[in-house]
Design a protein around this ligand. Sequence first.
Ligand SMILES: [Zn+2]
Length: 216
Amino acid sequence: MIQVHKLTFNPFQENTYVLSDETKECIIIDPGCYEKVERDHLQQFIEGNGLKPVKLVNTHCHIDHVLGNYFVSEQWGLELWMNELDIPTLNAIQNYADLYGLGGYQLSPQPSHFLNGGDKLTFGNSSLDVIFGPGHAPGHLAFYSAEDKFVINGDILFQGSFGRVDLPGGDFATLKKTILEKMFALPDDTVVYTGHGAETTIGTEKESNPIRWMEL
Ligand SMILES: [Zn+2]
């Protein structure tokens, strides 16, 4: 059984997820830790629970989701797993980190492995289905566990809202298609772990998320 642990980091209040199972192996998804105190917090959680990180994973590569990529890759010797279409997003960060007041951004490693829709993301005894979900970012992924009834969905769905589409590579029609055809195809009792804010469920969002009724 997969344990999901959420830590919230950086000025964007981004949710970082550590997924672990009974083997004590874990993967770190979207490490947003920026300040030393945040990096220490992540390290203490990992070490305090005796976890062994085996993969660094990004749902997508907006700055708030990758601020801790360098630290995580160096600290635990991890390679980066992500979708190839988000490489331009990753490489653009250096140009505007200062603009966001995040001049301390430490350059993320380049990906060593690409994940695509239909792939399995594995660690320990566990396996997650990779969902390709563009719209908020061109190479956006979500990670779904049918067995444990949750999805790590980055910035696709939020509780009562959805990811912005005004950043480079964003597109409203594409995001709406991702949400209606892929996210809403998951069982209603699936817990949605979001990139910002609180968890929700697919059933709740199917009923009340405004994107269903929106046109751009
Ligand atoms: Zn984002």
